[in-house]
Ligand binder design. Sequence first.
Ligand code: GLN
Length: 549
Amino acid sequence: MAVPTKYIFVTGGVTSSLGKGIISASLAKLLQARGYQVTIQKLDPYINVDPGTLNPYEHGECYVTEDGAETDLDLGHYERFTGMPTSQANNVTTGRIYQSVINKERRGDYLGKTVQIIPHITDEIKRRIKLLGSRHKYDFVITEIGGTVGDMESLPYIESVRQLKWEMGDNNTLVIHLTLVPYLSASGELKTKPTQHSVKVLLENGIQPNVLVLRTERELSMDLRRKVALFCNVDAEAVIQSIDAPTIYEVPILMQKEKLDVIVLKKLGMNYEGQPDLAPWKNFLKRMQQPKYSVHIGLVGKYVELRDAYMSITESLKHAGAANNCHVNLTLIHSENIDESNYRDRLRGLEGILVAPGFGDRGIDGKILAAQYARENDVPFFGICLGLQCAVVEFARHKLGLAKAHSTEMIPRTPDPVIDLMEDQKGITEKGGTMRLGSYPCVLKESTKSYKAYGCEEISERHRHRYEFNDHYLKDFEKAGMIAAGINPDNGLVEIMEIPSHKWFVGVQFHPEYQSNVLHPHPLFVDFIKASLSRDPGKTTQVKRTNAN
Ligand code: GLN
């Protein structure tokens, strides 16, 4: 009989932002590099049905899967580390759990019963966890529980983990608890008390963690680890450190050194002989950490105060940098700070300009000016979603003489709606999950920059938008020198616009950043960095490390 799927739960204590997502992704990478099939799931304890309706300032980027789910940004880490696509089933929120339970109640599925957190909500949580395992595709399902143990919101999740441990037994389930060991500089000591308290909270909820991963700024001695092991009832070898790393991509290597994979496999009765094959990963790290060249890229957006808002884009740039043996020196530029009086000064010196996705008209003029500057000065330009739309508006105004051209998202009554609401979006008023979402095919025109970058004719990319290029204007654009380089073969929507006479000017309606991963950097990002770099091919600028990570 086949070995049943093993379930690994990752919880966090003491504080949020300890990097549960990165630890989960690193463990998945190590298991995958040993030949196992792994998937990672995130359970988010908030009431929104998905993060699609959350402001990026609140929750960072919204990551979109192939099947069109709007999900937590940790899913981006999972895909970038493992190279495996995730789906709606990989991200579940409290809102979604309650929605299905309430729908069932209305249908009469529980007729006669009082619907309660236990067992109805916990049963639904367990069903969603086991769903991935029931596909018989995975040796391991890693489930990351969002939030911090002890939060009121997390309780039903913790209770579900307790029940699953009881139902499936210690051979098939494992709990990894991540905590913080702070360093008090006044006394010169590392403190374990917060960890002890956090484990106590788990124990109060009926869960004995099997592995403790201690986040720390300094090396943890064996004595300290033994002390934690003793007070928390955990094997000494299963208390490991996760020390601050210069880049998240080093964490799998650090976790391997701490033998996280061996500990997990041993405890779950799986083969732990040999070593994971991390050669390609190490290769990437080497290129990323010892680059020969450096290139200065400007990312123009309106959420730049919060780096997480552009997580997939900044990570894709790192992948593409490594592929080009080059350090990407990234400057985040607030589009609200760019205007007619200063845009040349603000953008001068950049070797490539990327205009970010976004919604609404705040900061839109700065984005349009950035596109204009790139076009007029032959600076490589990469426009993503709203970034493409800004480039189209700019081109219409200055090359087609349509001074008032705009997107109807910004000016609904513009006389020249070069970007307009998609036909199937008209009449939709609900906001959650109603955009054009997920993967759609696109056919590339031969001899375009995109065609050359991808090296093939048919591609598939993920989307998240309501507006589109208005092809009523296409002939005029093409006559004036901006062409459609990619078209959706099913409905004719323009997906890519390019200026062939420009060094590298590519705008895409989709989000290539969702498909870049460590071992397969995205071809458009790679080509964009290559074009930006080759402005001065002999250059070996002193590599600055400031913005790399
Ligand atoms: N706001 C634009 C639209 O809905 C662009 C969206 C985006 O950049 N993701 O079409």
